[in-house]
Each structure stands twice: as structure tokens, then as C-alpha cells.
Design a binder for this molecule. Structure first.
Ligand SMILES: Cc1cc2nc3c(=O)[nH]c(=O)nc-3n(C[C@H](O)[C@H](O)[C@H](O)COP(=O)(O)O)c2cc1C
Length: 155
């Protein structure tokens, strides 16, 4: 079987908290040592070609004003219609970095993912404040779940 193709789309500023979560997601992807192809894309640089390429998707975003980062919203705005009917069932995981909440982002992304007809691989993950060991471990587990599920043909 070919190595599963995984797209990681992320927002947040360089050197920030979302970046730390993203690195943990990637560690998790590689944890089991399964072969995989990974594209990591800043949300503003990610496009429909990346999305159609992907067999699994990870989203990492800070919460801004009770919502996802504008960059991730822009990714959805640009890909929603071009992807229509072409990414149904895509397994995805969501990771949110928030100052004190994160639920607005989770609700909005879930609603949008339902529109694309994607399948959540796990409960969305919210890391409040600076990511601690527990938050990073949960990110690693999310990444590992996606990689293992794709390798096993579960998703
Ligand atoms: C413009 C702006 C708006 C924010 N709005 C919220 C918010 O509505 N809810 C919240 O919990 N945190 C909010 N925060 C805090 C960020 O979500 C939090 O600091 C996050 O960890 C930043 O991730 P980053 O370091 O990857 O940019 C906001 C931060 C900024 C810069």
C-alpha cells in the first residue's frame, strides 16, 4: 500500500503556541514509524490541490475573537466550493490554541467540516494557555491516531 498522504494546515504566528502544538502533532504522526507523506502548510498557502491530495487532514489554529484564525477561515473560503463532493469522508483532527476558551473555534470548525462532510477522528483538542506537557501529549496522540488509522485502513 502507498504511504498515506497527510495534510497539516495551520494558523498562528511563527514561534507561537499553535506552532508548539503543531510540532507535537507531527511527532505523533511519526510515533509509530509508519510510512507517510506529510505536507505542512500555513493556512494562507494551502489550497485546493493540497486538500484533494490529502487522505487525512490535521487543522491547528489559535482562537481569535471567539473564532478560528482568519487564515484558516480563508483556507475554507477558498476551498469549499472547489472541494464540493470531492473530499467526503476525509478523516480530520482539530487542535485549537486558546487564551481562555476555544469553544467558539471548535464549534465553527465542526460546522464547516460537516459542510465538507469530513469525518472527525477524535474529539477536538483545546489547549488553553501555553501548551503544557499534557496538551503536547494530547496532540501527539491525535497525530498518532490519524497515522495509525490511515495505515490500518480504519479511516
Ligand atoms: C487578536 C487575538 C484575539 C484573540 N481572541 C481570543 C479569544 O477570543 N478567545 C481566547 O481564548 N483567546 C483569544 N486570544 C488568545 C490566543 O488564542 C492565544 O494566545 C493563542 O494561544 C495564540 O496562539 P499563537 O501563539 O499560535 O498565536 C486572542 C489572541 C489574539 C492575538
Amino acid at each position: 500500500m502507498n504511504a498515506p498522504r497527510i495534510l497539516l494546515v495551520y494558523g498562528g504566528h511563527a514561534g507561537g503556541r499553535t506552532e508548539a502544538l503543531r510540532h507535537a502533532l507531527v511527532e505523533g504522526l511519526h510515533e509509530a514509524g509508519e510510512a507517510l507523506e506529510l505536507r505542512e502548510r500555513r493556512a494562507l498557502d494551502a489550497g485546493i490541490d493540497d486538500l484533494l491530495w490529502a487522505q487525512g487532514l490535521l487543522l491547528a489554529t489559535p482562537e481569535h475573537f471567539g473564532y478560528m484564525s482568519g487564515a484558516l477561515k480563508d483556507f475554507f473560503d477558498r476551498t469549499y466550493y472547489p472541494a464540493e463532493g470531492r473530499t467526503e469522508g476525509l478523516p480530520y483532527g482539530l487542535c485549537v490554541s486558546a487564551g481562555n476558551d476555544g469553544t467558539g473555534t471548535v464549534n465553527a470548525v465542526q460546522r464547516i467540516a460537516t459542510g465538507y462532510r469530513w469525518t472527525a477522528i477524535a474529539e477536538p483538542l483545546i489547549a488553553v494557555g501555553a501548551p503544557d506537557a499534557d496538551a503536547l501529549q494530547r496532540c501527539r496522540e491525535l497525530g498518532a491516531t490519524l497515522a495509525a488509522g490511515l495505515a490500518a485502513g480504519v479511516f
